[in-house]
Design a protein around this ligand. Structure first.
Ligand SMILES: Nc1nc2c(ncn2[C@@H]2O[C@H](COP(=O)(O)OP(=O)(O)OP(=O)(O)O)[C@@H](O)[C@H]2O)c(=O)[nH]1
Ligand SMILES: [Mg+2]
Length: 381
């Protein structure tokens, strides 16, 4: 929205000027007679505007960035100044109303954000750190708790230093994150999770990892006879890794195939991907898998958030996972679920898959890595 004032001796000529300068889409916002008592003798001043295309409006993110450090009270004043009382323009048309509505929505979101901050909401360093964590997808409540702790524990000079605040946050994130040591995993490791999250690819990566890291003889078992091409996919990985692969479709078949791999020091098990909303599919999978003795890793993509994350965790509890395994870290910049998933499920982190390359794109999960991703300290955020 671009607003300009036009003056002239009479309204007719001013309107011609407006049309010529701003084009046919110009909107009249306010008309003011310059003489006393609204007599036209002194001439007329008209405020007119043209709408910018939508894409030129400032984004909510840009406004948040610009006003992120302004306290909620002054934001409220800002809104009042702009949209109430004498400053309210007359003759509103659709475009102007739309802009007001969009701006109000932006400011509403902004107020929510500043409301989510702690007592330090007027502190630039803390607000920037909060926004960094929120931008990385960490939930507001946990971010605020971390920053409250930093505010309480850091000395005054430390509180003013972004480096020190970030260092404190990194330490707290690392300390609070439960991790699973791969060396503590039992012989049989089963990967479960929703469709297409990278289970089969990660089975192959893990098979290579255990052979390389622990010099183990590894066998691969798959219970995925559901998805077209699944058996071929896992067998192809087996050939490439020169490891035996067995594909089974029943519990009895599983027990038999596992017995046939008795010489293997490690068994990695691939399963059919099932949507968390596919109750029948989940039940069927649960029946094929053996009850105890192994460790189940719940495989989730790093980008899963919110209600979906919650629903998946609830539905997959039946498999009694021992740890979380996050994939596709390379496909997002919002890593909050790495922390919120482990917190909600009360499960440690095991591995991270960071790309499509087998076996390269696999890491043992570490708190340093998570802190680096959340705080943007590893050059990826
Ligand atoms: N970018 C990226 N892609 C990945 C990663 N892990 C797996 N993929 C890709 O995700 C796609 C699905 O991988 P699969 O291993 O077949 O997934 P799945 O969970 O076994 O799928 P279903 O068996 O159909 O449930 C493939 O294109 C993989 O290359 C990862 O960490 N990053
Ligand atoms: Mg698969």
């Amino acid at each position: 929205m671009r607003v300009r004032n036009f003056t002239g001796v009479d309204i007719g000529r001013v309107m011609q000027d407006i049309k010529r300068e701003l084009g046919p889409d110009a909107v009249i916002l306010e008309t003011r007679y310059l003489g006393a008592d609204e007599e036209p003798a002194g001439g007329v001043e008209v405020a007119a505007a043209v709408d910018y295309p939508e894409e030129n409006l400032p984004s909510a993110a840009a406004v948040t960035r610009r006003y992120g450090e302004v306290a909620a009270s002054s934001l409220a004043e800002l809104v009042d100044d702009r949209f109430s009382g004498a400053a309210r323009p007359v003759g509103l048309d659709g475009g102007w109303q739309r802009e007001i509505r969009d701006l109000k929505r932006m400011v509403g979101r902004l107020l929510e954000t500043t409301g989510a901050l702690g007592d330090w909401h007027d502190d630039g360093v803390f607000t920037a750190a909060f926004q960094r964590l929120a931008g990385a997808g960490l939930d507001d409540e946990y971010s605020r708790r971390l920053l409250d702790e930093a505010a309480a524990r850091l000395p005054p000079a430390g509180r003013r230093s972004m480096l020190q605040v970030q260092g404190f946050l990194a330490r707290r994130i690392i300390d609070a994150l439960p991790l699973l040591d791969p060396a503590s995993l039992p012989r049989r490791i089963v990967l479960v999770g929703p469709t297409g999250v990278g289970k089969t690819t990660t089975v192959a990566k893990l098979a290579a990892f255990f052979r390389r890291r622990f010099d183990e003889r590894v066998g691969i078992l798959s219970v995925d006879t559901f998805r077209l091409g699944a058996a071929d996919q896992i067998r192809a990985y087996g050939r490439r890794l020169e490891m035996p692969v067995a594909v089974v479709d029943s519990h009895a078949g599983f027990v038999q195939a596992a017995a046939g791999m008795a010489d293997r020091e490690r068994l990695i098990v691939d399963t059919t991907g099932r949507s968390h909303r596919d109750e029948a599919g989940l039940t069927a999978l649960h029946q094929v898998l053996p009850g105890g003795g192994g460790a189940v890793l719940l495989v989730l993509p790093a980008a899963v958030h919110g209600d979906d994350l919650l629903d998946i965790l609830v539905q997959y509890r039946r498999f009694r996972p021992a740890a979380m395994l996050y994939t596709k870290l390379d496909e997002t910049t919002r890593y909050g679920s790495l922390v919120s998933g482990t917190r909600i499920a009360d499960l440690p982190l095991s591995f991270f898959a960071t790309g499509q390359l087998v076996p390269e794109d696999l890491e043992v999960a570490s708190g340093e890595r998570v802190a680096g991703l959340l705080l943007g300290l590893d050059g990826r955020g």
